[in-house]
Design a protein around this ligand. Structure first.
Ligand SMILES: C[S@@+](CC[C@H](N)C(=O)[O-])C[C@H]1O[C@@H](n2cnc3c(N)ncnc32)[C@H](O)[C@@H]1O
Length: 200
C-alpha cells in the first residue's frame, strides 16, 4: 500500500517492543502460547511482542516497507518463530483450525465492505474452536467520516457485536477515543472505534 510505504519510510520501528493496548490486555490473561495470525500487522508492534514471548506468529501486511522493517528486527533478535508475508489480507487463505488467536487491528477500514465482511466470515469459519479473534475498526463516529480524507469503509454501531453474536464476547468497546498520535499523524486526535475480542 503506497500510502503506508511512504508513512513507514519516515518512521522507524520503535526500539522497545511494546504491544498495542488490546494485545497487552489479552496476551497474559487469555493466551497460553500457540499460533497467532496478525492481519495488517503494520510495523509489527504486536507481532514482534508476541514473537518475543515465544508465540508462533504469522504477520501479513501489504506494505513492503513495513515488512522489511520488521525483518530487520526479526533478524536482530533471531525470531525464528515469526513468519512475515507481504501481501493483501483479502488474498490470504486462513488454514482451518491453525491459529489460537487472530488479530485484525485497524486494517479492515482500508478495504471495501464486501471484502471486509468476507474476511470476517473467513475468520469466523476458519478459526480454531476456543481461539480468540481480536478486531479493531473505525466506526461512522470517526471524525474522518465527514471529512475529505475518508477510509474506504466504516462500521455501524454494534455491527461487530451482531456479526459475532454466535461467539463468546470477551471484551467490547465502542466509543470516541483519544489517540495520542501514530506514524502518519503524530498529533493527538480522536477516533470513533469499535474494538472486540471474541472466543469461538
Ligand atoms: C493503521 S495501520 C494498522 C497497523 C497495525 N495493525 C496496528 O494496529 O498497529 C493499517 C495497516 O494496514 C495495512 N493494509 C491496508 N490494506 C491492506 C490490505 N489489503 N492487506 C494487507 N495490509 C493492508 C497498511 O499497510 C498498514 O500497515
Amino acid at each position: 500500500m503506497e500510502k503506508y510505504n511512504k508513512i513507514y519510510s519516515s518512521s522507524n520501528v520503535s526500539e522497545d517492543i511494546k504491544p498495542s493496548q488490546t494485545i497487552s490486555l489479552i496476551w497474559k490473561n487469555f493466551l497460553s502460547g500457540g499460533s497467532i495470525l496478525d492481519l495488517g500487522c503494520g510495523q509489527g508492534r504486536d507481532s514482534l511482542f508476541l514473537a518475543k514471548n515465544d508465540f508462533l506468529v504469522t504477520a501479513i501486511d501489504s506494505s513492503e516497507v513495513a515488512i522489511n522493517q520488521i525483518k530487520v528486527k526479526k533478524n536482530e533478535f533471531s525470531f525464528d518463530n515469526l513468519e512475515l508475508i507481504c501481501g493483501d489480507i483479502s488474498d490470504f487463505k486462513i488454514e482451518n483450525g491453525k491459529y489460537d488467536a487472530i488479530i485484525c487491528r485497524n486494517v479492515l477500514n482500508f478495504l471495501d465492505k464486501e471484502k471486509t465482511l468476507k474476511i470476517v466470515n473467513n475468520l469466523k469459519t476458519n478459526s480454531k474452536n476456543g481461539a480468540y479473534i481480536v478486531i479493531d475498526v473505525f466506526t461512522k463516529d470517526d471524525p474522518s467520516f465527514i471529512s475529505d480524507n475518508k477510509f474506504v469503509c466504516y462500521f455501524e454501531e454494534q455491527e461487530l457485536l451482531k456479526i459475532f453474536s454466535d461467539f463468546k464476547i470477551v471484551y467490547y468497546l465502542e466509543n470516541i477515543i483519544l489517540d495520542n498520535g501514530h506514524p502518519g499523524f503524530e498529533l493527538p486526535h480522536k477516533h470513533g472505534v469499535s474494538k472486540i475480542i471474541v472466543q469461538k
